[in-house]
Ligand binder design. Sequence first.
Ligand code: ADP
Length: 249
Amino acid sequence: TPSTTVALRATGLSKNFHGFLAVNAVDLEVAAGGVHALVGPNGAGKTTLFNLLSGFLQPSTGTITVFGEDVTGLQPEQIAHKGVARSFQITSLFENLNPREHVELALQSRTTQGRKFWRSEKLLGRFTDRAGELLDLVGLAELAEKPAGLLAYGQKRALEMALVMALDPKIMLLDEPTAGMGIEDVHRTIELVKKIADGRTVVFVDHNMHVVGSLADRVTVLQQGRILAEGTYQEVRSDPRVITAYLGE
Ligand code: ADP
C-alpha cells in the first residue's frame, strides 16, 4: 500500500479523571487531507479526546504528534502554532463586534507582527480584504457589519468557521459543527466543510449520521473511552458492535 502522510496521531492516549478513564488507550491516525469523524454515544469520551488533541487537557499517558512532530504536553496556543485550530465556541463571540471585526482580530492574532502593526492602516487594509473573502466563503458577506449579538444561531456558527479559517490551519478540529441546527443550516454547513476541507485535514465530532456520512472518509467510533470500531462510514454503520452501542444509548 502507498504510504500516506499522517497529519495527526495519538498513541496510547489516556485521560484519567480521579480514577475514571474518560479516554482509554486510544490509538488514532488521521491522514493528511482526510476528513475524519469521531462518533459515539454520550459520555464516550469524544470531547475529552478533542480537548487532549488541542492541548486544552493534558493526557495522563500517551503521545500526540502533528505531522510527525511530538506535541504532547504543549499548551493550546503552542499546538495552534503547529497548525492545529479548533472551532471557537459561540460563547466566545463579542456581542458588540461585527463579523468583519471578529475575523480581523483572528487574522491579526496569527501574525507574529500582529500586535506591532495593530495601528497600521496598510496592514488593516490587507486584513479587511482577507476578512471579506472569508466572510464570503462562509456566506456572511451581507452581514459583515451586523453586531454578532444580533446574528441568528446558524450565522454565529458560520462565523466560528470563518474564525477557524482565519488561522489558516493545516488541521481543523470541529466540535459538533451542526449541533442544534435546522436542516437548512445543516446542509449549508456540510457544503461549507467540504469547501474548506480542500487541502486541509479535518477532524470533527457530530451526532448527525447524515453529516458523518456526507463528509467523513474515515470514522472512529468511541465507546466508554475506547475505540470500538474504525473504518469508512459504510463499514462502521454496518458493524454489529456499533449498532449495539447506539441502541444501548
Ligand atoms: P462525550 O463528548 O463523548 O459525550 P466526554 O468526553 O464529555 O464524552 O465525557 C466522557 C466521560 O468523562 C463522561 O463520563 C464524563 O462524565 C467524564 N468527564 C468528562 N470531563 C470530566 C472531568 N473534568 N472530570 C471528571 N469526569 C469527566
